[in-house]
Design a protein around this ligand. Structure first.
Ligand code: ZN
Length: 385
């Protein structure tokens, strides 16, 4: 960093701490699409989609990096020739010296992430995720360690992400005991002598960690533990505390401070989200009262069941279709508000730009071009039933 500016690798490191790739759905393809990690980054443009117009904007702004939400190469391609739409986009960015990076479902699930930005744009406090990361289980780790090494061990595993429980951090439990072992031929014991039985005063330390951090926590234990072969158990705990207000995952549940009608909530969404040609529409009784809101930026029909299970009065998402909506409402709701996919995710751009400006020391701006594909509308305006 001789210029004082971060490299692309530095910026990626920051982005991956804010939007960890491990939070991405298994089908997703997030991360660096094009660019040299050694390149120096001064200017970043953030957008939802890498359309031709967004690329024009980024190159015109002299961007060194275009950060987008939607992965441009989500589906396999066999060519990025410049006479294909995706190839043209990539050629132009590479020739213009602009890297391309996407943070997609990892940014949806992260805290704060896409869905927190959406909730906050609506003036709502984002609560627990609708679909928490993982399968609802938590790992309970049990490690025995000499008394003097407890602090080092806990410091290492907490740094790896262990010990978090529903808003509490650095949680652990420990109890003293006695460890016994006999080092065999060919071992190199930190304590004791090969062939001689040994007993040591140890502490049994317990802490929890998300299952997806298992290998990172194991590395931390092995690195911080003085023994050649640390004794550790990982127990799958099905009695996890349930999703907390800060847990990661798709969608958010928000409680309204003051109840409002579906018509009023629809107005709120329409007035707070960036404008699109066709606006916002709702399905349900316009006068019905809303207290609990479920929301998910983008295409959220896969979480209709989760919104119902969460006891939401209304579910705000995008890309909803006739039969899905009709059957869902007849099945007991909740009521639905459908907004443009782009508009629901656009508030994230400002969150990501602020993160980059504050923590990477780059100039980061939001590309405000509307990439919602719809460009003309007619025949609307019938008032609710
Ligand atoms: Zn999306």
């Amino acid at each position: 960093m001789s210029s004082g500016r971060p490299t692309l690798a530095d910026v990626i490191d920051l982005l991956e701490r804010a939007y960890p790739p491990r939070l991405a759905e298994s089908w997703d393809r997030v991360g660096l699409v094009a660019g040299d990690p050694a390149a120096v980054i001064g200017t970043v443009v953030v957008a939802v989609d890498a359309t031709d117009a967004v690329v024009d904007h980024a190159l015109g702004a002299g961007a060194d990096l275009l950060l987008v939400h939607h992965p441009p190469l989500l589906k396999a391609v066999h060519s990025v020739a410049a006479d294909t739409p995706k190839g043209r986009m990539l050629h132009r960015l590479i020739e213009g010296g602009c890297a391309l990076y996407s943070a997609h479902t990892n940014a949806d699930a992260a805290r704060p992430g896409v869905n927190d930005a959406l909730a906050e744009t609506l003036g709502l406090t984002p609560g627990p995720p609708l679909s928490p990361t993982g399968d609802g289980t938590v790992d309970r780790w049990v490690v025995t360690v000499p008394h003097d090494d407890v602090e080092d061990l806990l410091h290492a595993v907490f740094a790896a992400g262990a010990g978090r429980m529903s808003g509490y951090t650095e949680c652990s439990f420990s109890v003293p005991g006695t460890g016994r072992f006999r080092p065999g031929d060919g071992t190199d014991p930190a304590l004791g002598t090969v062939g001689e039985p040994e007993s040591v005063s140890e502490t049994r330390v317990e802490f929890v960690a998300p299952p997806e951090l298992r290998s990172a926590v194991r590395r931390a234990v092995t690195a911080a533990h003085p023994y050649e072969v640390p004794a550790m158990d990982v127990l799958v705990n099905h009695a996890g505390p349930g999703p907390g207000p800060e847990d990661t995952g798709l969608g958010r549940i928000c409680e309204l401070e003051h109840p409002m009608t579906l018509a009023e909530f629809t107005e709120l969404v329409g007035s707070r989200l960036p404008e699109t040609l066709w606006g916002v529409r709702a399905a349900g009784d316009p006068q019905a009262e809303i207290r609990r809101v479920a929301l998910c930026g983008g295409s959220g029909d896969s979480l209709l069941g989760a919104a119902r299970a969460a006891g939401a009065d209304v579910y705000l998402t995008g890309d909803l279709r006739h039969h899905v909506v009709d059957e869902h409402l007849r099945g007991g709701g909740p009521m639905l508000v459908d907004a443009a996919h782009w508009a629901l995710e656009f508030p994230w751009c400002a969150q990501a730009a602020a993160l980059l400006e504050e923590q990477a020391g780059v100039t980061a701006t939001v590309c405000a071009l509307r990439t919602d594909p719809w460009t003309a509308a007619s025949g609307g305006g019938v008032r609710g039933r």
